[in-house]
Design a protein around this ligand. Structure first.
Ligand code: ACO
Length: 191
């Protein structure tokens, strides 16, 4: 995904972590003049993700990020043919209080880290970028993916979770979230 400004200046690292300030939490320059182009990138990514998932409206935008305690992991890479860096995609996560059913149908209240949006640019899908981004987030959060909840995962994302993390056995829920069997087994007792 290309933009009419220098991606390297906006995102100094290969993976940037953006919070409600819109700036990367790591080595952020925090320059106010960069806020508008960063917002443009987030809005564009949110629109592309919604289109890819056939959603009527984006779940990710700069405005929403500014008002929610969510984090975006944004991946850039050098586009060999074009000789400059491009935005490859993003992963949005955040904690949500959820009422979940375990495999016996017992209600459980939990506040897991949830995957809320995930998108890799169309022409770059199935090249391992999604795995790189997801693994980066897991290491940053020091978390096992089975302890996470997934908000309305698309068929591609379910296939991704099955392939890379062997997450296949989901426990039926009455909301849009998907959790896998071991979620209830390994969940910290204090949750
Ligand atoms: N069809 C089926 N499975 C796919 C596809 C596809 N077109 N693309 C990726 N996958 C899955 C497969 O398991 C694939 O393995 P395979 O090629 O051996 O079948 C695996 O992902 C590939 O792994 P990566 O290359 O690391 O994944 P990628 O970089 O493509 O990122 C992602 C995965 C983010 C799901 C990407 O395909 C994408 O952006 N899809 C469109 C948007 C989308 O559906 N996002 C998830 C929304 S749901 C949510 O966010 C809670």
């Amino acid at each position: 995904m290309e933009f009419p400004f220098d991606i390297n200046q906006l995102f100094s690292e290969r993976v940037s972590i953006l919070d409600h300030t819109l700036f990367g939490a790591r080595k952020s320059t925090g320059r106010p003049d960069l806020q508008a182009p960063i917002a443009t990138v987030i809005d564009e990514l949110g629109r592309a993700s919604a289109k890819a998932q056939c959603l009527t409206a984006p779940v990710t935008s700069a405005f929403k990020l500014q008002s929610q305690k969510h984090e975006i992991y944004l991946l850039r890479d050098s586009e060999k043919n074009r000789g400059h860096d491009v935005v490859v995609g993003f992963l949005k996560v955040g904690y949500k209080k959820l009422f979940l059913l375990d495999s016996r149908g017992v209600h459980i209240e939990a506040e897991p880290l949830c995957v809320l949006d995930f998108y890799i640019e169309e022409t770059l899908q199935r090249h391992g970028y999604g795995l790189e981004l997801f693994d980066f987030m897991l290491q940053h959060k020091n978390l096992d993916p089975v302890l996470m909840a997934y908000d309305r995962p698309s068929p591609k994302f379910l296939s991704f979770l099955s392939k890379h993390y062997s997450l296949t056995q989901s426990v039926p829920q009455v909301n849009n979230f998907v959790v896998f069997e071991s979620f209830f087994r390994y969940r910290p007792a204090a949750q």
